[in-house]
Design a binder for this molecule. Sequence first.
Ligand code: FES
Length: 184
Amino acid sequence: MADPAVPLIGLAMTVNGSPVEVEVAPWEALAHTLRTRLGLTGTKVSCDVQACGACTVLVDGLPRSACTFLAYEARGRDVLTIEGLARSDDDLDPVQRAFLDESAFQCGFCTSGMLLAARAFIDTEPDADDAALIEHMSGNLCRCTGYLSIVAAILRARDATADAGGGFATGGFATGGFATGGGG
Ligand code: FES
């Protein structure tokens, strides 16, 4: 509930390719703005302390935890949420297609953040090795799928994105878990 004694501030940004103007509280998290003011509820909030990655969105192409990233910090910047990842309902992003093909989700609560973090990895580190993938995704936790299928999906998506085939073997992830070895 907004405090009526605190004036809201105007914010202009681009969300999923469209210019947006919205009023926000000075301390408001971007996740709150997206979900409650713009109706973009695909961004999930879980831990609220930048520990689980469920709220990951891309700001100027880089993953950010929207639960702690101030909305005002997004002024003048490009924000991509899960609602803007697919080009259309019939033209999914390769990352979305790969998650479907690899059955890389169960409850789906982590999936929005996973997909966007994976998209950023593919776009910013196209030649990275397995260790870099683990490091990049280590801030995104999944409590039900296990990580092997997620890693396989990201590698499949990278192959689909690349001009030529290739990709990395997934055997290095046999213990499961991006960072801790946990099986999910
Ligand atoms: Fe349930 Fe990841 S699919 S937490």
